[in-house]
Design a binder for this molecule. Structure first.
Ligand SMILES: [Zn+2]
Length: 493
């Protein structure tokens, strides 16, 4: 249930370098336009792409939870040198390779619980809009076409160029390593349109056959779906310069209106403190990740960080997240059993929105989408659940359990967690840990049987020994009213 009075959300804005209140530009105050730069589709997505997609997915879910009507746009760059080169290596057309990789990306994102954006435009479908915007830039003297059929943006004409990245054009000039000057007026000028006749990756334009430069696509796409000015623009920190700086320059020169009000940048991902790269052998695609781990392990691992922090992953981080997820799911399973056994119907209950969990959750998320602190609130609720489960069952406790369960489910939905059925997920997570512990379920069941037989024979020393043997191998037993259940030992948070 979304709250009726949304909290004031504070966001760190790269443009102003301040944490400031997020404001809807809509007179009704309810609409938020959000644009995030998507992937260049020449290869399968890696977990770094997954990280950025998950952060913006959660930001969008939280805004909707607070009652905002969000229009989320995430593009596919399907026209690019990398796509053309890779397609040549594979002896296929760039358009076919891009389509395959878009399909692959859609599958990967669905697998890790990222909801599709409201609009997922592709460059190849936006060529008319891109050409119109370039023509407008030329009309405004912010851009010029060269004899060879290229079009460049005039960086020095924009007096506040550099306002996002904090770089000024004079510093840039000395730092620029332009090997090919071509017929640019100034080495700082960047391409809006490149003369090219690549089959399947070039289009007719007023300047001849060619294709758009990289930056112009996002300016044209955001305008198409969100208008000249909108609330949030996001992307990885590595896109601040030149990509986002150039987007601002293009859009503001063409539209004569301010571009995105708030710029949000995600940190970068490293594996074992190294940048992910195929040559280092630490490159992890989403598909590879899912061969070893549950998708929610990735989400939990990512949400332990604030979106703006750099994230470092390693196998041990995934192992910890896996166990933490098991603890969460098992708690939910036990809590659900308690509610079901107590006969309380979740739908009979009064509003849970006043629950402390919601207060803690909003406090965390409204402070610059602090998912790390939000997970802290979730942890606290799991602890409370464990206390309820291990305590004496009474009607008020059953009601409390039911409210807590509902609260956890609602909060988890915003984070995109616990989307599986708790009993199924608990079993799956436990079973995945057994090879690591070097034990099979058959061995566990045999020890449980030995213990039960020993107890029946009142040989308590033998019963304790069977239990102790399992414990040393990392397996804990829990006696229920009907049967004894086993779980993998983890440290409770
Ligand atoms: Zn972009």
């Amino acid at each position: 249930m979304a709250v009726t009075t949304a909290p004031q959300i504070l966001v760190t804005n790269t443009l102003t370098r301040r944490k400031e209140p997020l404001k809807s530009l809509d007179p009704g105050g309810k609409k938020i336009g959000m644009y995030a730069c998507g992937v260049t589709v020449y290869d399968d997505c890696h977990i770094g792409h997954g990280m950025q997609a998950i952060f913006f997915d959660v930001i969008r879910r939280y805004l909707e939870f607070c009652g905002y009507q969000v229009t989320y746009v995430r593009n596919f760059t399907d026209v690019d040198d990398k796509i053309i080169d890779r397609a040549k290596q594979r002896g296929m057309s760039p358009a076919k390779l891009a389509q395959d990789m878009i399909d692959s990306s859609d599958r990967d994102m669905a697998a890790i619980g990222v909801k599709p954006a409201d609009h997922q435009p592709r460059v190849s479908e936006m060529i008319p809009q891109i050409i119109t915007m370039i023509q407008e830039l030329i009309r405004n003297e912010a851009a010029y076409a060269t004899k060879s059929g290229d079009v460049y943006y005039r960086v020095r004409r924009k007096s506040d160029y550099g306002k996002l990245s904090g770089r000024n054009p004079d510093e840039l000039r000395t730092g620029t390593r332009e090997l090919i000057q071509g017929d640019k007026e100034d080495p700082l000028d960047f391409a809006l349109w490149k003369n090219d006749d690549e089959p399947d990756a070039s289009w007719d334009s007023p300047w001849g056959l060619g294709r758009p430069g990289w930056h112009i696509e996002c300016s044209a796409m955001s305008k198409e779906f969100l208008g000249n000015s909108f609330e949030i623009h996001g992307g990885g920190r590595d896109l601040v310069f030149p990509h986002h700086e150039n987007e601002i320059a293009q859009s503001e020169s063409a539209n004569k209106a301010p571009y995105a009000a708030c710029w949000m940048h995600c940190g970068l991902l490293t594996i074992d403190r190294q940048k992910m790269s195929k040559s280092l052998g630490n490159h992890i695609t989403i598909q590879d990740f899912l061969k070893s781990w549950s998708p929610e392990v990735l989400r939990l691992g990512i949400l332990q960080y604030h979106y703006g922090s750099n994230v470092d992953f390693s196998k041990s981080v995934f192992q910890q997240c896996h166990r933490r997820l098991l603890y969460f799911y098992e708690t939910l399973d036990l809590l659900g059993q308690m509610v079901a056994d107590g006969g309380a119907s979740a739908t009979d209950l009064a509003s849970t929105s006043s629950h402390w969990l919601f207060a803690d959750f909003h406090k965390a998320m409204s402070d610059d989408f602090n998912t790390a602190a939000a997970l802290g609130a979730l942890n606290k609720s799991m602890k409370a659940a464990r206390e309820l489960i291990s305590g004496k069952k009474s009607p008020p406790k059953i009601i409390e359990s039911s409210q807590l369960l509902n609260g956890i489910k609602e909060v988890a939905q915003v984070l995109g967690l616990f989307e599986a059925e708790p009993k199924v997920a608990t079993r799956d997570l436990k079973m995945r840990l057994l090879p690591e512990l070097g034990i099979t379920e058959g061995e566990i069941q045999a020890a449980i049987q030995r213990r039960a037989d020993a107890r029946a024979a009142r040989d308590f020393a033998a019963a304790d020994a069977a239990r102790g043997e399992l414990l040393t191998r990392g397996i804990e037993l829990r006696d229920g009213t009907q049967e004894t259940q086993w779980t993998v030992r983890y440290t409770e948070e």
